[in-house]
Design a protein around this ligand. Structure first.
Ligand SMILES: [Zn+2]
Length: 420
């Protein structure tokens, strides 16, 4: 357990708890990384802080957000939507919102999202940005500027959510990737020719050497072909880059034998599945009784050895009127919805940290020597309490520096009976 060197640390954090371990520990930080992790001890450091017995958690990863839409639900309410809440309604409401929004407004809402994410201990956030027209490149440009301003607190990167179906759309992809977007996205199931759209995404990812980060089969229709086709093509191409398939809702609507077949293909293709329970609980199955849960079969995916991550998706916009930027809350929600009572707390934490990092092809923050020193300190005793009670993040560290401190004072007051 004791690792590190005798060289002085930039910062020594004493008296903290680690998930799954007893006793007090200390973390030595140097050059933005964890340089020492061991039993609590007085070691040479430029600065020493006492964590007061707080639980340390590795930096969380939000793998699937929509910063260009977030907090626009108030606009949705005045837009005259039918209010049925289905995906097509949300798309129509968003189209109307885009006609009236300003870049400054979008950036202001996105900045609020980053504040919420950092306060929840998120060290990395990936957002899809709608790029259905060349005009929307200005939104991407503004988001890249926002990410740069926040780069000392969180890493925010962007996936092009563009039109895969025509040459104009692919030209926008090229420009967006050159501007600084990091991954190729899209919603093939909404295209007239879904398989061709998957192929176009693979072509773009190959051409520009970028990861794939797709919205896949966000539908109850078991005949939706995208996940199966994507997996088959990745196997045929011996595709090695990260492939993240978000949603995969229709997988849960397939009969047993076909579902097992697709899961086997996904496992062999090395595709990661990002499930977005909060949003899909709202959007899926609105016409059906009994109402289905609308998420992929997470326990089966985990059993098959597939990398599964959880994300928040839309937050307080026409697609999803509620939500927040707390991946730990999403993992706890998923545990309920997907009936993951067989999973231990470390697995549930991984759904919101190591697994999404792997899905996106980024370096994960871990509580281990050599890891980027992104972590948070929570007012709770253990990981189960962190998942169930989601206590205040007392402090959030990014690249070895504290970037946020929060305090909460709780005082039980005597009842009339106790006071008398
Ligand atoms: Zn999405």
């Amino acid at each position: 357990m004791n690792e590190g060197s005798s060289q002085a640390f930039d910062l020594l954090l004493r008296d903290l708890r680690l998930p799954g371990q007893s006793g007090a520990h200390c973390l030595g930080l140097r050059d933005g990384r964890i340089a020492h992790l061991g039993a609590d001890a007085d070691l040479p450091a430029a600065s020493v802080r006492n964590a007061g017995g707080a639980l340390a958690l590795p930096g969380l990863v939000e793998p699937h957000a929509h910063l260009d839409k977030t907090y626009s639900h108030d606009c949705h309410l005045v837009s005259g939507s039918s209010g049925r809440g289905a995906l097509c309604d949300a798309i129509a409401a968003m189209r109307e919102y885009k006609r009236q929004r300003s870049i400054e407004d979008v950036v202001s809402r996105a900045e609020r999202a980053l504040q919420r994410a950092v306060s929840a201990g998120v060290c990395y956030l990936r957002s899809h940005i709608d790029l259905g027209s060349a005009e929307e490149l200005a939104v991407l440009d503004a988001m890249l500027g926002l990410a740069q301003r926040w780069s000392g607190r969180i890493t925010a990167e962007f996936t092009v959510l563009g039109n895969l179906a025509d040459a104009d759309g692919r030209a926008i992809f090229a420009e967006a990737l050159q501007m600084g977007a990091v991954a190729v996205g899209g919603t093939p199931a909404l295209c007239a020719a879904p398989e061709a759209a998957v192929d176009a995404a693979l072509d773009l990812a190959t051409q520009y050497g970028r990861p794939l980060d797709l919205h896949i089969d966000e539908t109850e229709d078991p005949a939706s072909p995208c996940l199966r086709h994507l997996a088959q093509r990745c196997i045929e191409l011996d595709w090695r880059g990260p492939v993240a398939a978000s949603h995969c809702c229709s997988l849960g609507f397939l009969p047993d034998a076909q579902r097992a077949e697709v899961i086997d293909l996904v496992q062999r293709a090395g595709i990661s599945v990002i499930t977005l329970p909060a949003c899909n609980l709202v959007l899926m199955g609105r016409e059906a009784q009994p109402t289905p849960r609308g998420i992929p079969p997470v326990a089966e995916l985990l059993d098959a050895g597939i990398n599964v991550a959880v994300g928040g998706d839309n937050v307080q916009d026409p697609f999803q009127p509620w939500g927040d930027y707390d991946p730990l809350a999403q993992s706890a929600l998923l545990a309920h919805v997907a009936q993951l009572d067989g999973a231990d707390s470390a697995t549930l934490l991984a759904l919101a940290s190591a697994n999404p990092a792997r899905a996106l092809g980024i370096e994960a923050a871990t509580l281990a020597v050599g890891s980027p020193a992104h972590f948070s300190l929570l007012d709770c005793a253990d990981l189960r309490a962190a998942l169930c009670e989601r206590p205040l993040r007392r402090a959030v560290y990014f690249a070895g520096r504290p970037v946020l401190e929060q305090t909460l004072s709780t005082q039980w007051l005597p009842t009339a009976m106790e006071a008398s």
